[in-house]
Design a binder for this molecule. Structure first.
Ligand SMILES: *Cc1c(COP(=O)(O)O)cnc(C)c1O
Length: 370
């Protein structure tokens, strides 16, 4: 069965947990009773078994190959979601530092991250897009960011507002920490531009329950020995993600997603092209429908992952969402802070789903535009 013939599946535009590639679900289903050569399920085996250690090692290696993670970066698989990273980052990198941390606030998640950092040390707001309701992004290179901060926190894709940096941070003396929760592995990145990248899996990389952290080795020295064990990155790096029982099923699925990206899709450059093509189908239509559809994000910072837009009235927005569901197009309601519609079109959303949404949007517009 391929994506095309998975006819009893809806096109699920949920922001997260979100759509996963059908071949990943099929492989997980096929091997759920017994992993090949194992005789037991991934859900039943010890995290210290040879079989699981193989899965852990393979998953890390697939991520390293796919993303191009340099040897001086370590990869760990944690729990607690990105919310725990909002605290773990400043606990490790800010506590005890004589420098403040800079936060670039582009939307809801950046604000949540800053709030947690304030509990751990001095912070500065390097930029805040609040004035225009987070519909645009700064040029990071223009913010004068440098090594006077402990680190600079950025959110590569603001999932709620639907705005996204199209490029990596500039080469400079600042240590960038990136919340890549909702666009991890959607395009090739230069990992060396970052000190630390974190991503909960349930948007673009796997199921809820596992969070991937990529950290440059020298930053591990900043974590103080007085930190609680679980929140010290060193604990996880030293124990190779087996400090405590890791989210074994989540790690396994992330490994299958990475395999899908490299073998089925053909790598992150190809994935990026697919994502650009998909997003263009929707943004072109929004731009071609003035007076009816209104894109929240300004051109130049529009997310390839979460397309946010308004209709002329809240009544029409409600009608749009419920009618769409009858066409197997689900989970299109925008977050309450932005309102309107949010179509999350992550890596695993097939182009057919985006085309179906586009056709529905044209039809809906033509029936309701005055
Ligand atoms: C979803 C999301 C989070 C929160 O993730 P949890 O796993 O629920 O803690 C943080 N940042 C971004 C950008 C997100 O999209």
């Amino acid at each position: 069965m391929t994506v095309d013939t998975a006819i009893d599946r809806v096109f699920n535009f949920s922001a997260g947990p979100a759509v996963l590639p059908v071949p990943v679900l099929e492989e997980a289903q096929r091997d759920l009773l017994s992993l090949p050569g194992c005789g037991a399920s991934i859900l039943e085996i010890s995290h210290r078994s040879k079989q699981f250690i193989d899965i852990l090692d393979t998953t890390e290696q697939r991520l390293r190959d796919l993303i191009g993670i340099p040897p001086n970066y370590r990869v760990v698989f944690l729990q607690g979601g990105s919310r725990l990273q909002f605290s773990m980052v400043p606990m490790n990198l800010l506590r005890g530092s004589d420098k403040p941390a800079d936060y670039v606030i582009c939307g809801s998640w950046g604000n949540h991250a800053l709030k947690q950092a304030k509990l751990e040390g001095d912070t500065r707001v390097a930029w805040d897009g609040k004035e225009t309701n987070y519909d645009r992004l700064p040029v990071l290179g223009d913010l004068g960011l440098d090594a006077t901060s402990a680190y600079v926190h950025v959110t590569s894709n603001e999932t709620i507002q639907g705005i996204q940096f199209a490029e990596d941070p500039p080469e400079c003396d600042a240590t960038f920490v990136c919340d890549a929760s909702s666009d991890f592995m959607h395009r090739p990145i230069d990992v060396s531009r970052y000190g630390l990248i974190y991503a909960c899996a349930q948007k673009n990389a796997g199921p809820a329950g596992v969070t991937i952290v990529i950290i440059r080795e020298d930053l591990l020295d900043r974590g103080q020995d007085t930190l609680p064990g679980y929140v010290n990155y060193k604990s996880h790096v030293d124990a190779k993600s087996l400090y405590n029982t890791p989210p074994t099923f989540g790690v396994y699925i992330v490994g299958l997603v990475a395999k899908w990206l490299s073998e089925d899709v053909g790598g992150l450059a190809k994935m990026h092209q697919r994502n650009r093509d998909k997003a263009k189908l929707l943004y072109d239509l929004l731009d071609a429908s003035p007076g009816f559809y209104r894109s929240h994000a300004q051109p130049g910072c529009r997310s390839l992952m979460n397309v946010t837009f308004r209709l002329p009235s809240e009544e029409l927005e409600s009608a749009f969402i419920s009618e769409a569901a009858t066409h197997q197009l689900t989970d299109l309601k925008g977050h309450r802070s932005v309102g309107g519609i949010r179509a999350s079109i992550y890596n695993a959303m097939p182009v057919q789903g985006v085309q179906a949404l586009r056709e529905f949007m044209i039809d809906f517009r033509d029936r309701h535009a005055s």
